[in-house]
Design a protein. Sequence first.
Length: 376
Amino acid sequence: MDLARYASDPARSRGRRHAEAAVPTRTEYQRDRDRIVHCTAFRRLVYKTQVFLNHEGDLFRTRLTHSLEVAQLGRSIGRALQLNEDLVEAIALAHDLGHTPFGHAGQDALDDCMAGSGGFEHNLQSLRVVDELEERYPRFDGLNLTFETREGILKHCSRTNAQRLEESEPGGVARRFLDRSQPSLEAQLCNLADEIAYNAHDIDDGVRSGLLVLEQLAEVDLFEQFRIETLREFPSLQGRRVLYESIRRMLSAQVYDVIDTTRAGLAAASPASADQARQAPPLVKFSDAMAARSVALKRFLLHNLYRHPQVMATTDQAKQVVRELFAAYLHDPRQMPPDFAARPDAPRAVADYIAGMTDRFAAREHERVTGRQLLA
Ligand code: MG
């Protein structure tokens, strides 16, 4: 498959922080992807919450299945746009490595705990995982990924954190947050694929959980259009097949919208290289109409699913687990494994340790250190 001139070319990568010799059969981005799939943090994603806590049911998305769906959508779109599929896959599989247990509840609680010590932000943590926390290689910490994969992993970054990163890595992955340029087209694509994936699978999981009912979704234009279309074509279709077929059509419509809109934008901007694409405005995007419909769907999910009383109740318990674990480890670091206990930066060591936990490990640890069971 020929790559477009604005695609990321592994032969022109800005390289790794620690120089390594090329290998004969794989490109640099394939190597990144393979390193990610083999790392410990990747395996932990299977027991980390996306929206529903891991113990609430076996069929809900976890961070792992979510990441696979992002990779699938990203690769489909990336291939159609002649972008670098290997890079898209590497970024997609790594984009959530820094997530805490218990999803956003865990991240918010940990950020509160770290308020006086630099805060906690999951995108930055994903970068810490691949740059520092994985221990797999004899000569360096982390996975020593290429600049382009790391750039895609750091999808958001506050100005303060960007300045801090810029000091340790001048002109590195944080620079674009200071000079307001864009990441590679592959990274832009992963951001959008993330959104497309969770909007769709959260409808599916929401309905499966019983917290959303199909009729409620009538107010969501982007979904309702395809539900009506499905029933027009298959009038006797019922139950989950209506849901799946509507979601499938909704996904396809968004994928084709991104491809068409991005192709038109690329034709107009005509970037001659991946670096020129970084200097242009964001190019991988929805049409304005689709963007508005996607925002409306997000708003619906926020009000009706993410803030559903039942979700909020487990969210409060999950936050308490994280807060109490943090306090317990900070009070007595020896409750952590020796390599974390020995670190001089105690709050950050505790945050790194907790962030790495799976939901069920965090719940068990909480029970062990407090003697109380909050999440059963
Ligand atoms: Mg994600």
